[in-house]
Design a protein around this ligand. Structure first.
Ligand code: FEO
Length: 395
């Protein structure tokens, strides 16, 4: 294993996880991921920024060894989650001289989860600087992006911002840099949707601290490095602070085609009104794909058959997911078919208290949809279109 140079004094010593397909036993990562760790060598001291998932600790150790360093003075723990800090216990055995630089909240998490002892940790305040000799590490506390102990590291002499999870992407790539590749941005959007979107409000408050520094490079701890940061910064400005887009996501399950017929009709009816509507079957849910669709959508429609008096469990899962990731959608509707009654609307709206949405009147039909039901779906499309009027780009 060898270390890959970023500048003369900064090298990448991380790991690429080509095979991983699930994160936290929940989040699909169809393109694998990487755990980026960066070795920063000043004239007097050397620091490692983040480590890797413990399953790759030997890869990290091998890359560090290839640099020929004889001591490691600091290990910066920007985020205590195991995919970045899980290798700390082993590294601290390798490098008895090393101190872990971490927020005070991070000290408690590293102690609770990884057994790192207090004598090996040194708390750093927001804005505190550590001199490596010609290179400086400045720590920026970014609590709740996405854990409470999170911080970023600014290296002013090179204008590089190390951002850990923020601006990351679950993407295994042979290229260290993004090079403006649209595939990287798509992976970053999936990552944002899955990990960062619930913290949109907090990120919004912190984004100015990033743009004010005008970084020349953004180096996250997952996925490629942005050597032209405007690509990811512009995207985040839109995802985090931009208005919802003029799109309708219709997420549904159909057991005997009735709900499917309703979904097809509604999507067509929306399209006739100039709306961009997309249907998404939840039969084999890729939670990440659904989350991505919800980054921009102004309207979410849940389509469900009635199962034992409530929504189909896969639709209930989608509602629960939407509630957790708190998309910026402003309108919600429920459509579907039932056999003899039920409470799908009451149950689905009760599952989504975090959504700040207007709930439109539902369209529920008994058995297969009939003319009156399709007419009701046309009226729903019209109501959605009226709520999107303010989002339409001028002709
Ligand atoms: Fe990549 Fe929150 O850990």
């Amino acid at each position: 294993m060898y270390a890959r140079p970023i500048t003369d004094d900064i090298t990448w010593v991380g790991a690429i996880d080509w095979e991983r397909r699930l994160f936290d036993e929940l989040i699909p990562v169809p393109d694998g991921t990487s755990y980026n760790a960066y070795l920063v060598r000043g004239a007097d001291r050397t620091a490692l920024i983040d480590s890797v998932d413990p399953s790759y600790v030997d890869t990290l150790r091998s890359r560090i060894a290839s640099t020929g360093i004889d001591r490691l003075d600091y290990i910066v723990s920007q985020h205590a989650e195991q995919d970045h800090s899980g290798s700390l216990p082993r590294l601290l055995l390798d490098h008895p001289e090393a101190k872990v630089l971490v927020t005070d909240k991070g000290k408690r998490v590293l102690s609770d989860h990884l057994g790192v002892t207090a004598d090996r940790m040194q708390g750093v305040k927001d804005g505190e600087r550590v001199d490596l000799g010609g290179l400086t590490l400045e720590f920026l506390h970014f609590p709740w992006v996405h854990w409470p102990e999170t911080m970023l590291t600014w290296l002013p002499e090179r204008r590089i911002l190390f951002t850990c999870d923020l601006f990351g992407s679950h993407l295994a790539s042979g290229d260290l840099f993004a090079h403006g590749d649209p595939a990287v941005l798509l992976a970053a959007k999936r990552y944002y949707a899955e990990i960062m979107m619930p913290f949109r409000g907090t990120i919004s408050k912190h984004l100015g601290k990033v743009t004010a520094r005008a970084p020349a490079m953004i180096a996250p701890s997952h996925g490629p490095i942005y050597e032209a940061p405007s690509l990811i910064l512009d995207a985040y400005q839109d995802w985090v602070d931009g208005p919802p887009h003029d799109t309708v996501v219709v997420a549904y399950v159909s057991m005997h085609d009735s709900t499917h017929q309703m979904v097809e009709h509604l999507v067509e009816s929306c399209a006739r009104r100039g709306l961009r509507a997309e249907q998404y079957s939840l039969a084999d849910t890729d939670a990440g794909k659904l989350a991505m669709l919800l980054v921009d959508a102004a309207t979410l429609v849940l389509g469900t058959p009635t199962v034992l008096g409530g929504p189909h469990p896969k639709v209930a899962y989608a509602a629960t997911l939407a509630n957790l990731i708190r998309p910026k959608a402003t309108t919600l509707a429920v459509i579907g078919s039932f056999g003899w009654g039920g409470k799908v609307v009451e149950q689905l709206t009760a599952m989504t208290p975090n959504l700040e949405v207007e709930v439109l009147p539902p369209v529920l039909c008994k058995g297969v949809p009939k003319t009156a039901d399709f007419d009701a779906l046309d009226r729903l499309a019209e109501q959605i279109a009226r709520r999107h009027d303010a989002l339409r780009a001028p002709p």
